[in-house]
Design a protein around this ligand. Structure first.
Ligand code: GLV
Ligand code: MN
Ligand code: MN
Length: 420
């Protein structure tokens, strides 16, 4: 690459970062590439142990809180009231058949930045900490670890929290040696964090298509997930006359198609929707489905629009059920709050880009991130680098080595400025 950085500007070790990305990718790595590393799984717990070891070897203080968040720090060994740490981080859990950078990049670039700062003895008035937040991908509940850290964990819900395959959070955490009922103890004391900045791949095509190396995130999406269950009647798939069937799956299918139209018609311009979980019961060819179950997700930057789409979607489900002679249950599963990034952190990122001679542009994040929880307790921002082909949440998710190096250097200089 053509290096724009001047010799007087400190920079991270791209090769050390790349080798840690490769090393982390082996935990839950899939034969054809990509990784499956859900939070609390054995692969995730091995990755957690590896990460803690890497942090210690790099000279960081490490600890793990009650929500399973891993921290590595320079200048502190725990968060304290008004401690004013500058925090970075992301997550090491992945979606099933996910990529090696979603989350891993932000954690490992934070570690790399701190190792660089420590080795260069670069001055930082504020303590620095890097987090690997638990279950960002929301297998058991959305943005779990950062939610607990930011005091947004609801202990009343913990017994009911479960993955879409039914596995309960309390059981998954217990297997990994944690008590889910105590996750709220992870809440940070007031004033513990002075600013948060997270590096992440864009996960979409905009930066690559505009040939701009750095995205400065200005706002982050809210995500609402709803379970919609249509309950009809199991019947013989050969002998029951077609007009007498009460098919739970067909109701679910009709709902899925119409809900998409509804979101496109009544959402703001940025609203999107997905049905990524579908279950048919009993699920055999010679029985008319008694139940069709969906998890319906709606995303957008505006809370009121999301609430309106939830109401309209629920009304649609009832209309479809009535017309098809089935029952329907609509259950809100999770909701994250859209966030606006801080002007101060955005300015620090832009200043870091200027120091490094890198162009940047402002972006909205249509993916959810722990940063949106941190935005409720401190000044928060995010740095995006281009994703190859805009690909993410798939095994061939990747970014150029140069793009990763640039992003990590922007993170380094943003952290130094915020900690000065
Ligand atoms: C996080 O990856 C999300 O689902 O947006
Ligand atoms: Mn993800
Ligand atoms: Mn992520």
């Amino acid at each position: 690459m053509s290096r724009l950085y001047s010799p007087s500007v400190i920079t991270i070790s791209a090769s050390r970062l790349a080798s840690r990305i490769d090393a982390l990718a082996r935990f839950g790595g899939l034969p054809g590439g990509g990784v499956t590393r859900p939070c609390w799984s054995p692969q995730h717990e091995e990755a957690r142990a590896w990460l803690t070891g890497e942090m210690r070897a790099a000279g960081l203080e490490t600890w793990v809180d009650g929500a399973g968040n891993v921290f590595g720090a320079l200048g502190i060994h725990a968060f304290s009231a008004d401690g004013g740490a500058v925090l970075t981080g992301s997550h090491i859990d992945t979606v099933p058949e996910g990529g090696v950078l979603d989350g891993a990049l932000g954690v490992l670039a934070g570690l790399e930045a701190f190792q660089t700062i420590r080795e260069a003895k670069a001055p930082h008035r504020r303590p620095l900490a890097v987090a690997a937040w638990s279950d960002e991908e929301g297998r058991y509940g959305s943005l779990f670890g950062s939610r607990a850290f930011c005091g947004r964990f609801d202990p009343a819900r913990v017994e009911a929290m479960a993955a879409s395959d039914g596995e309960r959070l309390v059981d998954a955490m217990a297997r990994a040696g944690f008590d889910a009922r105590r996750a709220g103890e992870a809440m940070a004391p007031g004033g513990a964090v002075a600013a948060y900045v997270e590096l992440h791949i864009e996960q979409g095509p905009r930066l690559e298509e505009a040939a701009i190396p750095i995205g400065v995130v200005d706002s982050i999406v809210g995500v609402h997930r709803t379970r919609v269950v249509f309950v009809g009647q199991a019947d013989h798939a050969g002998t029951t006359p077609m007009e007498r069937r009460r098919d739970g799956f067909l109701a679910a299918a009709e709902y899925a198609l119409k809900a998409r139209d509804l979101v496109l018609k009544h959402g703001g311009g940025k609203s999107v929707t997905n049905v990524g979980v579908v279950r048919v019961h009993p699920g055999v060819t010679n029985i008319v489905p008694a139940r069709g179950e969906l998890v319906h997700e709606v995303r957008g930057p505006d809370r009121e629009t999301l609430a309106r789409l939830d109401r309209r979607s629920a009304a649609l489900a009832r209309r479809v059920a009535r017309r098809r002679g089935v029952e329907v249950q609509v259950e809100a599963m999770s909701a994250t709050t859209p966030a606006i990034c801080s002007a101060r952190v955005q300015a620090a990122i832009e200043a870091a880009c200027a120091t490094l001679g890198l162009r940047s542009t402002h972006l909205y994040s249509a993916a959810g991130h722990d940063a949106q929880n941190l935005a409720t307790i401190t000044d928060t921002g995010m740095i995006f680098i281009p994703s190859k082909g805009g690909r993410s949440h798939r095994v061939d998710e990747t970014s150029d080595g140069d793009a990763i190096e640039r992003g990590a250097n922007v993170l380094l200089h943003t952290l130094l400025a915020l900690a000065a």
